[in-house]
Design a protein around this ligand. Structure first.
Ligand code: S3P
Length: 446
């Protein structure tokens, strides 16, 4: 698992209609959190449906280094033996979080209020990403950090034995920052509060409650939401059922919408309303997506998605929707490229600090495939039509850029290649075989 995998160029070309019923891998956000909360709970946590992508395996490995027992059975069920709130041990090696911003930022929060020193690093993509957004509030709680310039990884974290609770207003809409502060609050006396002006994904809050934690929310006069966690409350190991990831389902969903004659079903997909902005937008664009068998599993809403091919028209996506679809703009841009008319997306500044500068990568990739786009500091306009394809798209170590352009290749006149599909394994192991099983034609270059 160390180092960057060797590049794996892939190409995708137009094929027939997609059909079939499949389950995409487990939700990445929920998988990270289930390992982390299991590690600081008392007793055993059993996790079904855990995503076994590289990002989550990094978290599993880090939790072992911090003293928890983490094992996977022959039955595919993961079992975590927790050490209790405040019980994490000092890791004797560097915590290498690979490509995963979620793993790095949430773990810094969890560890910050333990009297241990831990060194964090990541791959060539992660070491470029901003960490001051979490080290800032965690310093206010009593932790200290020595970071590389610009608050970047690698960094050393010296945790505190006498943490102080804070009330922190998020300067950016980020579930990672919110979660880092809430997780730090677990081993802090009193009440730690995060105030968010725009609602971001609430998996940490839902799972904390599932484990017996005390989490409350209160609407503020200005409409913001204050989320509070009570510290020094024991968590109990629980059974967790991880839903299929709506951010991964997005790729076969858009492919089926765009490929004439397609009809597919994706089972057990998470439908937490703070994650479903893409689906709302696709339906507004005219897509035929139905939510069937809606149910709640281990505190999270899930449904089976039935998707039929149809014609899309361009829309203006409200910027307030961005947090609920922040990872889905690359694949939405692909859908927009095939829609009739223009799609306007605003409020996208956060896309510049994801696994890659996604705004730049999406724009460059679409232009290379013959799509007219206008890109601003935090906006993207895509003029839809019939993309030509016939290009090799740069992916910059970004799994979602790679998957999005492989989907584009399925509907272009000429094939589309991506320079590296290796990072797809960070979030969607088995992507190529799942897509080909539905009727796609994705394979190695050459
Ligand atoms: C995530 C939050 C989002 C998202 C990431 C997963 C999480 O990041 O992009 O893939 O699990 O909390 P930000 O909080 O930086 O927006």
């Amino acid at each position: 698992m160390q180092g960057s995998p060797s590049p794996r160029p892939l190409r995708s070309r137009a094929g027939g209609a997609l059909s079939g019923t499949v389950r995409v891998p487990g939700d990445k956000s929920i998988s990270h959190r289930s390992l982390m909360l299991g590690a600081v709970a008392i007793g055993e946590t059993e996790i079904r449906g855990l995503l076994t992508g590289e990002d989550v395996l990094r978290t599993a490995d880090a939790m072992r280094a911090l003293g928890a027992g983490v094992e996977v059975g022959a039955d595919g069920v993961w079992r975590v033996r927790g050490v209790g709130v405040g019980g994490l041990a000092e890791p004797s090696r560097v915590l290498d979080m690979g490509n995963s911003g979620t793993a790095a930022r949430l773990l810094m929060g969890l560890v910050a209020t333990h009297p241990v020193t831990a060194v964090f690093t990541g791959d060539d993509s992660l070491v470029k990403r901003p960490m001051a957004r979490v080290t800032g509030p965690l310093e206010r709680m009593g932790a200290t950090f020595v970071t590389r310039s610009g608050g970047r990884l690698p960094l050393a974290l010296v945790g505190t034995a006498s943490a102080v609770p804070i009330a922190y207003r998020l300067p950016v809409a980020s579930a990672q920052v919110k979660s880092a502060v809430l997780l730090a609050g677990l081993n802090t006396p009193g009440i730690t509060t995060v105030i968010e002006a725009e609602p971001t994904r609430d998996h940490t809050e839902l799972m904390l409650r599932h484990f017996g934690g005390e989490v409350t929310t209160e609407r503020q006069e200005d409409g913001a939401l204050a989320v509070s966690v009570t510290g020094e409350v024991e968590l109990r190991g629980r059974a967790v059922a991880v839903p299929a990831d709506p951010s991964s389902a997005a790729f076969p969903v858009v492919a089926a919408v765009l490929r004439d004659g397609s009809e597919i079903v994706l089972t057990g997909v998470g439908t937490n309303p703070r994650r479903t902005g893409l689906y709302e937008t696709l339906v507004e664009m005219g897509a035929d997506i139905r939510f069937e068998n809606e149910r709640v599993e281990a505190g999270e809403p899930v449904a089976d998605l039935r998707v039929r091919a149809g014609r899309l028209k361009g829309v203006t996506v409200p910027p307030g929707r961005a947090p609920s679809m922040i990872d889905e703009y690359p694949i939405l841009a692909v859908a927009a490229a095939c829609a009739e008319g223009t799609t306007v997306m605003n409020g996208l500044a956060e896309l510049r600090v994801k696994e890659s500068d996604r705004l730049a990568m999406i724009a460059a990739g679409l232009q290379a495939c013959g799509v007219a786009v206008e890109v601003g500091a935090d906006s993207l306009v895509v003029h839809g039509g019939r993309p030509r394809g016939g290009a090799t798209v740069a992916t910059a170590m970004d799994h979602r850029i790679a998957m999005s352009f492989l989907v584009l290749g399925m509907v272009c006149a000429e094939p589309v290649a991506v320079d590296d599909g290796a990072f797809i394994d960070t979030s969607f192991p088995g992507f190529v075989s799942l897509m080909n099983g539905l009727g796609a034609d994705i394979g190695p270059v050459g």
